[in-house]
Write a protein that binds this ligand. Structure first.
Ligand code: PGA
Length: 242
């Protein structure tokens, strides 16, 4: 994994936006995998600005989000659907039918997951995938477990993830306990990956992913096996790296 240590979040946003822009310049109809969470918010602001200034054109771009709570109403302001429209899609010229987010309102999660994989495959696979990382090492909602799943699936959230995400809800009891998520295989099949990591609270997990060990206890450690991963991190997240 290539790592770029940045001065601050603004620099991470600049560089990651430039990487996405380059991908779109090379291929107008790029397929981009997107993540939610606090970390990519700067990137999404920057992409919105670039689009507004006429420097970036999303009219051919197709997107696939990593995950969504289950069950959840799209209109709920805690849904990842809501987050993505609020932070990014409303600010860029993307076609609504080119946006894909696992459907937290679906009646049959197993069917939804199969259909999601098929949609990614028929789009030609993901060209560039944006990832954050959980303090427990999860990517998407692939939580630390003895076995990790390959394909998009319904999963339970670990207490540490529920706790971390409770900051967006009025109480911890309101955080959904399940989610639909791309699997490890779905993520690893992306042709390139950008992982964004910021903050002191991510320093310990950052140290683990660069420790030279691959383990299902740290799902993000599998990215070491991918040929084209760039990790953009701030100095606080990089503090424990040698
Ligand atoms: P965060 O979430 O960007 O809000 O820290 C990352 C994640 O849990 O994957």
């Amino acid at each position: 994994m290539k790592k770029i240590i940045c001065k601050n979040e603004a620099e991470i946003a600049e560089i990651s936006a430039a990487m996405i822009a380059e991908q779109i310049f090379i291929k107008r109809e790029s397929v981009i995998g997107l993540a939610t969470g606090s970390t990519p918010e700067g990137l999404y602001r920057k992409l919105g600005e670039m689009c507004k200034n006429g420097d970036l054109d999303f009219s051919g771009v197709r997107t696939f989000n990593l995950d969504e709570y289950y069950p959840i109403k799209k209109s709920s302001d805690q849904s990842y659907d809501y987050f993505m429209w609020d932070r990014l899609f409303s600010h860029i010229n993307i076609e609504r039918e080119n946006v894909h987010i696992p459907n937290g309102e679906c009646a049959d999660p197993a069917e939804e997951c199969i259909a999601y994989e098929q949609k990614i495959a028929s789009a030609g696979g993901i060209d560039i995938q944006v990832l954050g990382i959980g303090v427990n090492g999860h990517i998407g909602f692939n939580e630390p477990e003895a076995e990790l799943k390959m394909d998009t699936h319904l999963t339970g959230l670990t207490p540490s993830t529920i706790e971390a995400n409770s900051r967006f809800f009025s109480s911890v009891g309101e955080v959904p306990t399940k989610a639909l998520t791309m699997g490890m295989g779905t993520i690893m099949k992306a042709r390139s990956i950008i992982m964004l990591i910021t903050g002191e609270h991510k320093a310990a997990i950052t140290e683990k992913i660069f420790s030279g060990v691959v383990t299902t206890d740290v799902p993000a450690s599998f990215l070491n096996l991918h040929p084209n991963v760039t990790v953009l991190l701030d100095e606080a997240a990089a503090a424990k790296l040698k």
